[in-house]
Design a protein around this ligand. Sequence first.
Ligand code: NAP
Length: 296
Amino acid sequence: MPDTWGHKLAEPLFERLTVIGCGLIGSSLLRVARRNNLARTLVAADISQAVCERVAELTLADEATCDLAGAVAGSDLVILCVPVGANENVARSIGQALAAGAIVSDVGSVKSAVMASLTPHMPAGTHLIPAHPVAGTEHSGPDAGFATLFLNRWCILTPPPGADEIAIKKLSDFWTAAGSNVEVMTSEHHDLVLAITSHVPHLIAYNIVGTAADLELVTQSEVIKFSAGGFRDFTRIAASDPTMWRDVFLNNKEAVLEILGRFTEDLSALQRMIRWGDGDGLFNLFTRTRNIRRSI
Ligand code: NAP
């Protein structure tokens, strides 16, 4: 039975887990893996010496190293937790060092592009099962992580066609034991769903905060002073990590542009309603959206 932290296992699911990239997501994974006994040995790897030193200080893993290839040797689960655009370089560094039978996964917010960049570097006999925990905050780095980040949140697995069923089940069990609810879908479907539920909302937040910053008629101090009127939530979202979000938009281009096209059409319709004083149109839309919120 899951306790309030997910499942604490009597026996670890994996012998040796390597997490590459020990920021918000990677360090949260290490914390919950230790807390819930998900793997016997935890190895942390990061390109940054300072991050490795901090991981060691926080005792998040049994080993912390900048040697990515050395870190994956002998691991039966390797999870890449780096910005989406860094996955290919990491895969190139670790490919030859991966153990036969290892499950290789990631946590990237975009799935088709990550799958395309990882696949060529996976040796025969390893199992690539990409994943995306739909959980996060606007903070970064190893100090920002916490063990309950994934609790009661969705984790979406996007195994390629023909992926090993046992490997899928084992990774699914891992995320369930970390406290998540697991769903499986294709990478293309994932990218479309996340474009509307996460990527375009972030873009809107970045845009509106940028617009407010550029307004000359409203001073910066007024923006901050009166931000409770809806703007505050946008500023929180727009404080999200610039590297991560740059990579999301560069790597989920098609789905984001598709959703943005629809969004701008709907925005133009709203603009018309306001211009022509169509109160009924506005009221009907706002009633429909309020019902959606209530059903959530
Ligand atoms: P983060 O806190 O910035 O951590 C990323 C870590 O990866 C940093 O320590 C970074 O080191 C390291 N790194 C960068 N390039 C590397 C490389 N080539 N080799 C090894 N390590 C490298 O980022 P995060 O928020 O955890 O995001 C990581 C992944 O999770 C992204 O793919 C993102 O799409 C996904 N994700 C994020 C969220 C969220 O809300 N944040 C939610 C779900 C999924 P430096 O600091 O030195 O660059």
